[in-house]
Design a protein around this ligand. Sequence first.
Ligand code: CA
Length: 531
Amino acid sequence: MKRLLRQTILLTLTIAALVTSAFAAKQPNIVFIFSDDHAPHAIGAYNGWLKGVNPTPNIDKLAGEGMLFQNSFCTNSICGPSRAVILTGKHSHLNGFMSNGNKFNGDQQTFPKLLQKVGYQTAMIGKWHLSSDPQGFDYWDVLPGQGDYYNPRLISAKGPRQVPGYCTDIVTDLALDWLKNRDKDKPFMLMCQHKAPHRCWMPPLRHLTLYDDIEIPESPTLFDDWKDNASPARYQEMEIDRHLHLVGDCFGPVPAGFNIDDAKTDRSGFKNLARMTPEQRTAWDAAFGPKNAAMLKADLKGKDLIRWKYNRYIRNYLRCVKGVDESVGTVQKFLKDNGLDENTIVIYSSDQGFYLGDHGWYDKRWMYEESFKMPLIVKWPGVTKPGSVNTDLVQNLDYGETFLDVAGADIPGDMQGKSLVPLLKGKTPGDWRKSLYYHYYEYPSVHQVAAHFGIRTQRYKLIRFYQFDEWEFYDLENDPDELRNSYSDPACADVISTMKKDLDELRAHYKDNSDVSVRPDLQKKFRPQKS
Ligand code: CA
């Protein structure tokens, strides 16, 4: 009898082990390639006004092999907060990382920790930007803060070091090294996160003159005057005209006696130039020197000067993008060469969109389309239909839940997003969300974008700049560039009234109890007073 019992237990254990290993074999690997400030309209596959430049052939190829999400958005358009939302599947007010400069509480629940529990090995390489040390990763090797473009410092569990070379290439190499040396008996989740194309837009040496011989189109809204907007759009500090620095941001001609510390600009470009080796610096100066001399000679003014700055900015931005695109190609090739391509999901995304001269701006932060949107392209071999396009409303809030679902792990009830797995299978549930919630907090701060929250449906967008007690409303179907704020249009009163109720419901649903009171002190300080 005892023997029979022992045999029965043994058989049960064997079956359990077989089932587990069969399940594990099915757990797909996940490669999450994530860049910084890469706007969807700077990706060919998104079919925007830069498509003709052919900026991203490798990312476009990924889209051709997988699914492109046309309506993919962030919850708070800024670097650190977007990353914290992805890790936790919770809005900023709940994960505690509401503004850049906060410190992420790494002790909280994150999707990489939960993936480890179901047998995944996890790695985080590149831009982290959450201040605290990464947790939930078997291996991590990250850029401190914003990271450097040339000869960057990196920090791993072993401590800090400096690595010679160009940041995008280094992050790619470290990611491939980790893939080569991983435990090959376990499924993996790799986060390969680039600094590029974040400000100060320093391209790799091999691309310093890329696009020199072609004309780059300009945004149809480059000379927007924000006449219909609520006041915040007119009081920001992110204009190509008045705020993009000719030297500090554009690496333009340096006036005699110029001291970067006296200039009202980001200093990272100058710090990065100082990090270059003499050989790197020589190549840099050879590429930009003659063009700067020609610019000085032309003595540009007004719109011509704005156009020159726009051109320097957009070319360097797209050259940085080119480096990221090459990384996507390199990773894809590695997966194929190593027989990993059939069971690995490859995702390309970026922490939010960006203004590429749109509305006259650079930077992000607003709930307007260019910075609210995120690229999201997913290739899941055998699951996503090649070349498919999804138009459902999705957010970075959904990524963690999706990865857990893919791995066969339970999705904790306190995560606020939804798994995208049904969408990836081409079967959007009938009760999929009809509206998105957004909340940006950082004001007063760099670029002076007022705090705001809002709701977006497939067709409409309602934004509240609560500190200044102002609203904006857009009909995206008739006004995709958001040039006509229709908040005061009587014809829109009914839909605005409904959306206000929906916005209240979203705030309650996502438990956003943060302070959104009107701030007369800010009104007094930052707006001219009527006498
Ligand atoms: Ca960013």
